[in-house]
Design a protein around this ligand. Structure first.
Ligand code: AMP
Length: 588
């Protein structure tokens, strides 16, 4: 568990005074109600994320400050000030009011990292609607599943994505009342059954009274994957904003003059909590790049935009490592002062690579869709043990626990002992439910502890070390993928009798999705059929979720109760011991 070496921080590592200096002291004196006082609150009472993030700044000292610099290949950067962002969000809010979208109704957004996405998120929150950004690399099936689970009333998307992924599936999303289209070429759209967003925005006023939401009103819906069944809609509330403020301060060390770049897509929770809410709360300037990963481009952005705080992901770091250290030498990254990463295990070599090549170690931190914000982190002032996720932030109580047969849990006190990572209830951004799945929500708690589903260890110094997932979900390039969703799509192909899906370790993206299928009578395995199945899955699920590899098996191992034993498929794939196979159908 312990890495042999520790990265000791010195004054040279700290170009500005960190927000968190006295770890124990701050933890001891911390209180969420005190953090709440850092927020403005609505003038008439209540709390609304959009008001905290932009509304109040647009009327204050930060009015003319750039909130976002939107970058895209082939066009000049588009800068939006806090005042302009508030105006655009207000117009979007007015559009929803004119369309008679009610408070609490669900607005889904399917778009790449375009300005309209950010405006629609903020405008929906201002209106009091619940917003759910979807990853634009999803295929039609994951999109329809989520819109239906969330009973989406409004979908905001682009004309190209609509045509490719929504139009043919529209009648399978019966709750959708309005589809608002953004023209990919920047003009207007005229697609039957849809409305043109630019036209609507031009015709509506920017003044739109902020909905008087309370801390417990639902604000965001983020879908996450489990081992079985459909994706789970994690419900987040407006009061979560207190966690975004505190973690932006402690874990990302945001100072008002920072230029900040969160590379995550808002289709995943990091891109919303830390690509939208936290940086705006702290009044910093954020960079948003529309393009996909490209090592030269990324170093160019860090240099040209003078990024000072960079929040990225282990897969991206490993891709930069793969691109070689020579490229970096062409760029001046002197503005960069803090680098953090999240979403999957960050290997010690990546932390060291940062130190050697960027001149700054990478600070791993941990959280998940359900927690709504960063819970465990390495922060600027403290030594890093490469390979560790860091320590719980002020306001967060973590523990390693073991589940007992009677459903209770035992807190493991001994350092270095493995168990499930648990968090004590009570932080503001904790999810408030899985949409329409009260039982699954209840099962995530044991008394006052939320059980994360991750296995971890805690060392004698209070640092946490990730061990693995307790379930079968797959983490590929930082994205959580439910094997069941992939298996279901494969099963829809006429040749497939059964499908089992696993995460196969990969040195760059962490895990790749690998499927095992057995065929129905009358179908023969062949390379052509394998390619056809890969294509079928990609078309339905999209590139982000579809398997990269498919292997044929005569039959799949199942438990006596009929469940596919993914664990066994994985052990066999990796040549590992098969473990307990006593429940295997036909087994001992
Ligand atoms: P998501 O809900 O999609 O954000 O995924 C959350 C899951 O990603 C966690 O439960 C972990 O399994 C994994 N994860 C997040 N951060 C880390 C990290 N720093 N190290 C290891 N795994 C992580």
């Amino acid at each position: 568990m312990e890495s042999s070496s520790i990265i000791r921080k010195t004054a040279v590592d700290l170009r500005v005074a960190p927000n968190l200096i006295d770890y124990e002291g701050e933890r001891a004196s911390f209180s969420w109600p005190v953090v709440g006082r850092e927020l403005a609150g609505l003038p008439g009472g209540g709390i609304n994320i959009a008001w905290e993030a932009v509304g109040r700044h647009a009327r204050g000292a930060l009015r003319d400050k750039v909130a976002y610099r939107f970058l895209a290949r082939g066009t000049p950067a588009y800068s939006v000030t806090y005042e302009r962002l508030a105006e655009l969000a207000g117009r979007f809010c007015s559009v929803l009011r004119q369309l008679h979208v009610g408070k609490g109704e669900r607005v889904f957004i399917l778009a790449g990292r375009i300005p309209e996405l950010y405006v629609a998120v903020l405008g929906s929150l201002q209106h009091g609607a619940v917003v759910s950004p979807l990853f634009s690399a999803f295929g039609p099936e994951p999109i329809a599943t989520r819109v239906n689970l969330g009973e989406g009333s409004v979908l905001v998307t682009t004309d190209a994505l609509y045509e490719r992924k929504v139009a043919k599936w529209r009648d399978r999303m019966p709750t959708l009342k309005h589809v608002l289209l953004v023209a990919d070429d920047g003009g207007t759209t005229a697609v039957p059954g849809t409305l043109d967003l630019a036209t609507l925005m031009a015709q509506t006023p920017s003044a739109c009274e902020v909905a008087p939401t309370s801390a417990e009103d639902m604000a965001l819906l983020h879908f996450t994957s489990g081992t079985t069944g459909t994706p789970k809609g994690a419900v987040h509330v407006h009061g979560a904003v207190a966690t975004h403020w505190a973690t932006g301060r402690y874990a990302l060390d945001l100072h008002t003059d920072d230029i900040y770049w969160c590379t995550a897509d808002p289709g995943w929770v990091t891109g919303t909590s830390y690509g939208i809410v936290a940086p705006l709360l702290h009044g910093v300037t954020s960079v948003v790049d529309r393009e996909e990963f490209d090592a030269e481009r990324w170093y160019g952005i860090l240099q040209d935009e003078k990024v000072s705080v960079w929040y990225t992901a282990p897969t991206a770091v490993r891709m930069l490592m793969k691109a070689g250290s020579d490229i970096v030498k062409k760029y001046t990254l002197s503005g960069l002062r803090f680098v953090a990463s999240v979403g999957e295990p960050l290997n010690p070599e990546a932390v060291w690579w940062g130190k050697e090549v960027l001149g700054l170690p990478i600070h791993d931190n941990w959280w998940q869709t359900e927690t709504g914000g960063i819970m465990i982190a390495n922060t600027p002032a403290f030594d890093i043990k490469p390979g560790s996720m860091g320590r719980p932030l002020p306001g967060i109580e973590a523990a390693i626990v073991q589940r007992q047969e009677d459903g209770s849990i035992k807190v493991v006190k001994t350092p270095g002992k493995e168990g499930e990572l648990a968090l004590k209830r009570g932080w503001p951004s904790m999810f408030r439910g899985y949409l329409n799945n009260e039982e699954r929500y209840r099962k995530s708690f044991a008394g006052e502890w939320y059980l994360t589903g991750d296995l971890a260890q805690r060392d004698a110094d209070g640092y946490y070390w990730f061990v693995g997932r307790a379930d079968d979900v797959i983490k590929s390039a930082g994205h959580l993928i439910g094997p069941f969703e992939v298996e279901s799509a494969l099963m829809e192909h006429p040749a497939v009798a059964e499908a089992g899906v696993i995460g196969k370790p990969d040195p760059v993206v962490g895990e790749v999705v690998k499927a095992f299928v057995s065929l129905k009578m009358g179908f023969e395995e062949s390379e052509a059929l394998r390619m056809e199945l890969l294509g079928h899955a990609r078309k339905r699920l999209g590139a982000a979720v579809a398997p990269k590899e498919i292997a044929f098996l005569p039959s799949l191992p199942r438990t006596r109760s009929g469940k596919i034993m993914r664990r066994l498929l994985k052990a066999r794939e990796l040549g590992l011991p098969e473990g307990d196979t006593s429940t295997l159908e036909g087994g001992a």
